[in-house]
Each structure stands twice: as C-alpha cells, then as structure tokens.
Design a protein around this ligand. Sequence first.
Ligand SMILES: Cc1cc2nc3c(=O)[nH]c(=O)nc-3n(C[C@H](O)[C@H](O)[C@H](O)COP(=O)(O)O)c2cc1C
Length: 313
Amino acid sequence: MKAKLSINIGKLKLKNPVMAASGTFGYAEEFSGFMDLKKLGAVVSKTITLRPRQGNPPPRTCETPAGMLNSIGLENPGLDAFINCKLPVLVKTGVPVIVSIASESGWPEFVELAGCLDKLKEVAAIEINISCPNIRSTKHKAQSVKLISQDPKATYEVVKAVRRATAKTLITKLSPNVTDITEMAMAAERAGSDAVSLINTVTGMSVDVATRQPKIACVTGGLSGPAIRPIAVRMVWEVYRKIKIPIIGMGGIMDTASALEFFMAGASAISIGTANFINPRAAAEIITGLERFLIKNKIKDIRQLIGSVKSEN
Ligand SMILES: Cc1cc2nc3c(=O)[nH]c(=O)nc-3n(C[C@H](O)[C@H](O)[C@H](O)COP(=O)(O)O)c2cc1C
C-alpha cells in the first residue's frame, strides 16, 4: 500500500505537508549535509523586510525548560539582497519557496514587498508575518508595541491590502499572544488569505539570578519548542472549527507523534522550527514517520487525519 501525503494550500501543490519554519532553517543550504532537501514539502524563508535589518543586540537566544527564547529582531538583508543572493540559494533546494515578509512601517511596506515578490516565478507563495514579537529594538519600546495580529481589524486591513497586491498563494502567520486567536484567523480568511499559519512564538522572559540580568538583551523574547506545543495544538483545534481555509500548524513539533497531534487537531500542513536546531534531520524523519504511520494504520491519504481528533465538543 502507498499512502498519499500531497496537499494543496491555495494554488500551491505540495508533495508532502512538512515545511521548514521561518527563521529556523537558515537559507536551507546549511542543512544540505544532513538531509536531502528535496524531501521537504516546502521551505519558508526567514522573514524579510524592505530594508536590511541588523536585528536586536546579543544575547538574543537562551535555553529554557523544553524550549528556547529568541529575540533575533528580524535580522535580514532586505528585499533586494534577498532576491539577488538568498532566493537563488533557496530555489536550489528544488522545493517550493515560501517567502515570509514583515513591515517596519505599516501596511504599505507589506504591499510593496508582496508586489515585488508577485513578479518572481521563483516565489511559490507569500507568508505575511504579522506576529513577530521581536520587531522593536530598544528596552523602552519593549512593552508598548501592539502586533497587527493582536487586532482583528488591523489583520483584516493588512491581509486585504496584500491580497490586492498578489495573485500568489497568501498565508497569514498568527500570534498566540492574544485572548482569542480565532478572531484573527477569521479576519484573515475574510480578507482573502488562502491559509493561516500558527503559532508564532509565545512571549516569555528568563532571568539570570546570579547577575539579576534578563537572559535576553531585549528583556523579553519569543518562546518556542516543546514547551509551547499544547498551546499550539489547542489553537489549531480552536481555529479549525471556525475557518474553512487550511491551517499550517507549528509549535514544538519534534517527531512524528507530535506532528500527528497537529493534523488530528485540524492542521492541513505543519512546519518544523526549533527541532531543526536539535536534530537537523527532524523534518526528513517526520516525513518518513508520517508515511509509515499512514501505511501501518491503513490510511490512504493524510487528509483523512485532518481534524480527526475525537473531541466531544
Ligand atoms: C530563532 C528563531 C527565529 C525565528 N524567526 C522567525 C521569523 O523570522 N519569522 C517568523 O514568522 N517566525 C520566526 N520564528 C518562529 C518560528 O517560525 C515558529 O513559528 C515558532 O518557533 C514555533 O515553532 P517551533 O516551536 O517548532 O519552533 C523564529 C523562531 C526561532 C526559534
């Protein structure tokens, strides 16, 4: 028996539903010595902005129980250098390249970025990152910035504006740092997003008790890894019941069993993030593991698993 792993997200056809998550896979070539990159369903680029960004001052990462905190601050070379230097490297993987974009200055920057990327055949889809918790650069601003994805009206407006700028598959990446993520997912769907991806990192903080210093220079950072998995699975499950467009689930997926949780909760595809730092073969192993699970359980198509959790309500 052969199991079907292929999945469609908008116009995007993926041979399997496993992607490398934004910001956790370098520009893919770093991983070529560990796995056959062609095995991946897709690769999502580190988020880019119109102009280059240095990112936040170090220390920008630290380990936490069952996870890590990061405050990279969207370090990236900017649109032009990305197109000229990084995109060709990503394309060499031979799998669809999803380009993640963010704005330092409101929705017109999103529109400009999407408009430029729309013209490039090498770009398979665009993911709008309206959920990065690390985009402010000073301690003083740390508490004051509201994310677009913390406001359904702002989410709707940005997605609607970007939708007009591109015919490519559009994915909206949502933040877990909200009371009700389903409001944002529904706003993104109403505005024409082809899919939502969730979750970005959960805001957290760690203190070095010897020095009484925060372990991250920007004080707070984004928590990722297995520590956030139950939050992510719960949010996928909540969103699945409210929208019709596909969900790309992520947050602490480490192995096949944790990947399966996301499909059963309602994800159509998944992204592997922090696991790449611990096991650079994680994504490839999960693809093999999903196929084996389907065959062992006589399930013909991975789509039969989506939303299949036996929950009462
Ligand atoms: C070091 C690091 C950098 C990240 N950079 C980005 C980024 O540039 N854009 C983005 O949308 N998400 C970024 N993320 C979030 C991940 O893509 C993912 O949503 C999150 O880490 C949850 O998945 P995980 O627990 O499997 O890592 C980053 C995460 C980490 C750990």
